[in-house]
Design a protein around this ligand. Structure first.
Ligand SMILES: [Cu+2]
Length: 66
């Protein structure tokens, strides 16, 4: 089981970071979700489907670019 790395656009502060992490953690199969604001990346551990993660980020108001 490998980590999923998502490049996310639109996060500017700690509040954004929290929103994205919270959204990702709600997805079925996610064990851990951590956002690095500087790198504009979220690292997600678990068995979640990438498409579901992208959708969750989108619904939180941010965009996965990669
Ligand atoms: Cu923010």
């Amino acid at each position: 089981m490998s980590d999923t790395v998502l490049k996310i656009e639109g996060m500017s502060c700690n509040h954004c970071k929290m929103s994205v992490e919270k959204a990702l953690k709600k997805v079925a199969g996610v064990e851990k979700a951590e956002v690095d604001l500087g790198r504009k990346e979220a690292v997600v551990a678990g068995s979640a489907d990438r498409a579901e993660l992208v959708k969750a980020v989108d619904e939180a108001g941010f965009k996965v670019v990669e």
